[in-house]
Design a protein around this ligand. Structure first.
Ligand SMILES: C[S@@+](CC[C@H](N)C(=O)[O-])C[C@H]1O[C@@H](n2cnc3c(N)ncnc32)[C@H](O)[C@@H]1O
Length: 193
């Protein structure tokens, strides 16, 4: 998947133009604080949300045009929006975060890249830190759809983080973007190793 090309062509079909409703609900209900990373932040809506709820947030995305669009939308957050590769994060991001906020980054990745995704989280999230995810759960693609998104099963998510993380919260959210009703899971994992 050439993400940069997608942004250049304006084919950002994943972008809902607003922060994830389940993520917003979670941050409203939980006083999460500290340095937070939003991997694959795209247009930066979850970075803006995190800052609003008191987190010292940084958004990272591999697509320069995506980050440029995020900076144009949220100029006050420009320094928090960074072009970088989650699979090879810059030195200053390694072990730097108490929180990672996941929203449609992993489901954008081909299943063969999920181990790289996990390694990227391990490289950036401190032991004891929280991986707060709105995970796109659905074992089947829509008819005719080849992905992305590449939805996964709850068991795939459990297996990916079965070692080194413990589940501390897990539910199907009662709020969602219209096209994602019933297809998401809010799962919070704590890094223990
Ligand atoms: C499906 S989009 C989701 C964007 C945003 N989270 C949203 O909900 O609108 C996936 C994003 O992950 C980014 N991405 C893919 N691989 C990446 C990598 N290795 N490192 C950082 N970002 C990556 C893409 O450029 C894209 O912006």
């Amino acid at each position: 998947m050439n993400w940069e090309e997608k942004y250049q062509k304006g084919e950002v079909f994943w972008n809902r133009g607003a922060p994830s409703p389940p993520m917003k609900q979670y941050l409203e209900r939980h006083p999460v604080r500290g340095r937070a990373l939003v991997p694959g932040c795209g247009h930066g809506h979850e970075v803006a949300l995190a800052v609003k709820y008191g987190l010292d947030a940084t958004g990272l995305d591999i697509a320069p045009t995506g980050i440029a669009a995020a900076r144009a939308l949220y100029p006050q957050l420009a320094e928090r929006l960074v072009v970088a590769d989650l699979f090879n994060p810059p030195a200053e991001m390694r072990g730097a975060f108490e929180v990672v906020l996941e929203h449609t980054c992993m489901s954008g990745l081909h299943p063969s890249l999920r181990a790289d995704y996990r390694r990227g989280i391990d490289l950036t999230l401190r032991p004891g830190g929280l991986l707060i995810g709105v995970w796109f759960i659905n074992p089947n693609l829509d008819p005719g759809d080849e992905g992305p998104p590449f939805p996964f099963r709850v068991s795939d998510l459990t297996a990916l983080f079965s070692h080194g993380y413990e589940i501390i919260e897990d539910y199907v959210p009662d709020v969602a973007f219209e096209s994602r009703v019933g297809r998401e899971r809010l799962r919070v994992l704590r890094r223990i190793g």
